[in-house]
Design a protein around this ligand. Structure first.
Ligand code: FES
Ligand SMILES: [Fe+2]
Length: 399
């Protein structure tokens, strides 16, 4: 296993982190500052979002605009680093993810090599074959090579081959695009570890997006993850969920990779997670028809794999107490009515967001003290251990 040290330690109280890093049964939640302090979020943006492998979306969403027009470029922030994705360049060179038959996805620093202007503003897109800087019109190919540098023809010492865009590591995994914006993360295969074997049977790249909701909630992104990793709260806030999946069922994994997760069983008379327990879809071939997997890939993608659909939550931390969440539902059929799954999970999501926002409000209180984990909060403990170690500079793989 490669351990990649991060450059600085997180600005958190060391004794409080020590307590969070104790063994299961003795440890506590992270200190309040981890959820409320802008300095911690700034550190996380650089070291967790930019510094590991952040999920930035699906290839088909990133490479087209809302009207379905094919794009060649899209600018976005990965943590605190501006990134430019390009699509449709020639495959097989540095900074490329893609396999034969698929269009190449590349990632570059969204920083012009002349005097640093952004090539596109954050959120901007383009469909042209060249990347043209809006400041002095240097232009680059989709592979990042300089094409034109106005007025430099007379500069005999100027060597344009030295001014290619800075390529960044990018990977496409089952249709999701991951970027390491600092360029310093451990290899993607180590980051994913054993998760691939659990997700691959669902073949998510062959499923069809049939619904998407976005939420902006008043809670830290880690509270969403911690809430996701336990069903201790289910009997109190999710009566509908408990009808179709016994909250004490299932088990958690302890396998290599920067992720935490487990499974839960369906109730005997339920075939999926829906308000009635019935499905309007079709089974995904080759997966366990009685189990739902809940997999949280560090830092920002939650994958919930059902017998007949896959749901994801992709998070973007906005402020210490504010998170943007994109919830997407993927099905084997292109024409299925997804409402049976969407109605169930939208209700459950909103129940969860209410709890997360309540916790966030209390974290700002001077009376908050990190509490202990219950026996069935072992996955939360795994998650907190992964975070606590990463705050101290260890790459977030399981040991
Ligand atoms: S900063 Fe991009 S061309 Fe000058
Ligand atoms: Fe929940």
């Amino acid at each position: 296993m490669t351990v990649t040290p991060t450059t600085t330690l997180a600005p958190l109280d060391s004794a409080a982190l020590d307590r969070a890093l104790l063994a299961f049964g003795q440890s506590t939640m992270l200190p309040a500052a981890a959820y409320t302090d802008p300095a911690v979020l700034a550190w996380e943006k650089r070291n967790f979002l930019a510094g590991t492998w952040a999920c930035v979306g699906r290839t088909e969403d990133l490479s087209a605009d809302d009207g379905g027009r094919e794009l060649s470029q899209r600018a976005l922030m990965v943590g605190d680093i501006p990134v430019l994705l390009t699509f449709g360049g020639t495959a097989g060179t540095a900074g490329t993810a893609g396999t034969a038959g698929t269009e190449a996805v590349r990632a570059f620093a969204n920083t012009c090599r002349h005097r640093g202007h952004e090539l596109l503003p954050e959120g901007g897109t383009a469909a042209t074959r060249a990347i043209t800087c809006p400041y002095h019109a240097w232009s680059y190919s989709l592979e990042g090579h300089v094409i034109a540098t106005p007025e430099f023809n007379e500069v005999t010492t100027f060597d344009r081959t030295r001014y290619s865009l800075v390529p960044l590591p990018v990977e496409v995994w089952h249709g999701w695009v991951f970027v390491n914006a600092t360029g310093t993360a451990a290899p993607f295969a180590e980051h994913i570890g054993a998760l691939d074997a659990l997700v691959a049977p669902y073949a998510p790249d062959r499923l069809h997006l049939r619904a998407r909701h976005t939420y902006e909630i008043a809670a830290n992104w880690k509270i969403v993850c911690e809430n996701y990793h336990e069903c201790y709260h289910c009997p109190l806030i999710h009566p509908e969920l408990c009808q179709v999946s016994p909250p004490t069922s299932g088990d958690n994994y302890d396998l290599p990779g920067a992720w935490v997760g487990g499974s839960m069983d369906l109730a005997p008379d339920a075939v999926t997670m829906s308000l009635s327990g019935t499905s309007d879809g079709e089974p995904i071939p080759g997966v366990d028809p009685r189990t739902v997997l809940y997999l949280g890939l560090f830092p920002n993608l939650l994958i919930s794999a059902h017998p007949d659909y896959v749901m994801t939550h992709r998070m973007v931390p906005l402020e210490p107490g504010r998170t943007w969440i994109e919830c997407s539902w993927y099905f084997p059929s292109e024409t299925v009515d997804p409402s049976y799954a969407v109605d169930f999970w939208d209700l459950t999501n909103r129940q969860d967001w209410g709890a997360c926002e309540s916790v966030q409000r209390s974290l700002a209180s001077p009376h908050f003290k990190p509490g202990p984990f219950a026996p069935n909060e072992d996955a939360v403990h795994q998650w907190v251990t992964m975070l606590g170690r990463a705050y101290r500079g260890t790459a977030p793989h399981h040991p």
